[in-house]
Design a binder for this molecule. Structure first.
Ligand SMILES: NC(=O)c1ccc[n+]([C@@H]2O[C@H](COP(=O)([O-])OP(=O)(O)OC[C@H]3O[C@@H](n4cnc5c(N)ncnc54)[C@H](OP(=O)(O)O)[C@@H]3O)[C@@H](O)[C@H]2O)c1
Length: 226
């Protein structure tokens, strides 16, 4: 059975990615900081494939190492979805605000990629998808709130660097999900979670003979500018 790990799988876009991958028959590791909540969500959305809730605060080295050992060598898909949105303007940000944003939005993905990319390289297959944002793109002048934009721009840089370490059919890409109705996106967002999850699930599951996509930023299944 193919396997996928989704960080921040207990709500929002991550929850929908877990649901969709389960419907496609994947064994899904649903990462959640709160395992009671995560288990309840896993039971509610599980369909064809199993969904197993795993304790994962992406900023915890202990959680990441324990999870890597638990999952073992054969992870097919890693979705770095967990994220936080600090809306403060630049002039009101503290160093700790920026540190926390970067720890969650970039260093968390870095530690998971460090665990799982070598394993994927050994098997010559795997997909890593970093859920980024248009707010972190240089082509749009990092237009979001400062701590969020800086951390997502750093996540984009991590995507490019990690993609250069990807071997065989392993692919590392970033996705902008668009503006999505979640706790983060708010009620006024135009997209529902299935639209937000679509490109992530598509990249995770497209056949290997569809041509390699690696080191790119995608939106609506198309490569867009960083
Ligand atoms: N919604 C949008 O419009 C939008 C637009 C562009 C990009 N994105 C990106 O899409 C991703 C998902 O966003 P969303 O809208 O679904 O957000 P959301 O509803 O706020 O959910 C965020 C998820 O991240 C988890 N999380 C936060 N910090 C974590 C940590 N240290 N360790 C593990 N999990 C952690 C949360 O877990 P808890 O429940 O434990 O807090 C929650 O599951 C994020 O990376 C976001 O930046 C969203």
């Amino acid at each position: 059975m193919r396997t996928a790990l989704v960080t921040g799988g207990n709500r929002g876009i991550g929850r929908e990615v877990c649901r969709a991958l389960s419907a496609l028959g994947y064994h899904v590791y649903l990462g959640s900081r709160d395992v009671v909540v995560g288990r309840r969500v896993a039971r509610a959305i599980q369909s064809e494939g199993d969904i197993e809730c795993v304790r994962l605060d992406v900023t915890s080295g202990e959680d990441v190492s324990a999870l890597s050992e638990h999952v073992g060598e054969n992870l097919d898909v890693l979705v770095n979805n967990a994220g936080i949105y600090n809306a403060l303007p630049f002039r009101r940000l503290s160093v700790d605000d920026v540190r926390q944003s970067c720890e969650t939005n970039m260093l968390g993905p870095f530690s998971l990629i460090s665990e799982f990319l070598p394993k994927m390289n050994r098997r010559g297959q795997g997909r890593i998808i970093n859920v980024s944002s248009g707010y972190g793109t240089f082509s749009d002048r990092i237009s979001g709130p400062a701590a969020y934009g800086i951390s997502k721009a750093a996540l984009n840089a991590l995507t490019v660097v990690a993609s250069q370490e990807a071997e065989g059919n392993v692919e590392v890409n970033a996705v902008c999900p668009g503006w999505v109705r979640t706790d983060m996106g708010g009620d006024g967002a135009p997209r529902d979670v299935s639209e937000g999850a679509d490109t992530i699930v598509w990249l995770a599951t497209r056949p290997a003979d569809g041509g390699r996509i690696n080191g790119q930023l995608l939106r609506d299944r198309k490569v867009v500018q960083w």
